[in-house]
Unconditional design. Structure first.
Length: 256
């Protein structure tokens, strides 16, 4: 059994064949999926999916790229929705310095607000980090994010950075990039970080694992992430599946 801890089944890319995608995931023994909403449209869709499927849960928040569009009313809405038992986290939030739609100071302010929101509603926080590691770690420390803990989503940093995050009560989630031939850092993290701190995800429809790189990703491919972690650690894929599934259940409080 696998749990895809970060997937965007609420994306437009699945409008034509969503049920088939979900059916393929179940057939691949991906028995739970955490759908992440990060703006009005995707949050609404995530909530609807969580309501319609017993094995789908929602994480809701506001993406740093679109931080400039987020209002206090939006944050209040997210807080209200978080009372739903199918909502298991706040995010994805964080910092993205690759795209320049939202100024850094606006991103940082919203990031802090969402950490505080997660603390208020007692939910973990799911972190997006692109080319902003130093500021992400600083803000997490300053805002005492360890109080709720969270996930470093689709982690692409160093082993050293991963260990700093683990010290702050964060899980390390690996996705398709760990399967890429030249992905040195994710492979090092998969090798060095103990299984008890790891989760697996697809971030579908993005970042499809090898040999599907460049194509639309979907949750049925998350076993390929587990397979590569197993190869790097020199253990069985069953061991990775069991451990990461337990980690996800414990982290999100999922009940069989």
């Amino acid at each position: 059994m696998y749990i895809d801890t970060h997937v965007h089944l609420n994306a437009d890319q699945y409008d034509e064949d969503l049920q088939e995608v979900i059916d393929r995931a179940i057939a691949a023994n991906v028995q739970r999926m955490i759908v992440v909403g990060f703006d009005h449209k995707t949050i609404e869709r995530a909530m609807k999916l969580a309501e319609n499927y017993p094995f789908i849960y929602a994480v809701i928040g506001w993406h740093p790229v679109d931080a400039i569009d987020c209002t206090e009313e939006d944050l209040q809405w997210i807080e209200e929705l978080s009372a739903n038992k199918k909502v298991v986290g706040i995010g994805e939030t964080g910092l993205d310095y690759y795209w320049d739609k939202s100024p850094k100071d606006v991103q940082q302010a919203l990031f802090r607000k969402q950490i505080r929101l997660a603390q208020k509603v007692n939910l973990p926080i799911i972190i997006h980090n692109r080319e902003a590691t130093e500021d992400v770690l600083r803000i997490l420390k300053e805002e005492e994010a360890h109080l709720t803990g969270g996930i470093m989503h689709c982690f692409g940093g160093s082993v050293e950075t991963a260990l700093q995050c683990i010290d702050m009560n964060f899980m390390i989630s690996l996705g398709g990039p760990v399967t890429f031939k030249n992905a040195k850092k994710p492979k090092e993290v998969a090798t060095e970080i103990p299984l008890e701190h790891l989760l697996i995800e697809t971030d579908a429809p993005y970042l499809a694992p090898h040999p599907h790189r460049g194509k639309r990703n979907e949750p049925s491919l998350v076993p390929l992430v587990a397979e590569e972690i197993a190869r790097l650690k020199g253990i069985s894929i069953e061991e990775v599946a069991v451990a990461t599934t337990k980690n996800a259940k414990d982290f999100f409080g999922l009940i069989d």
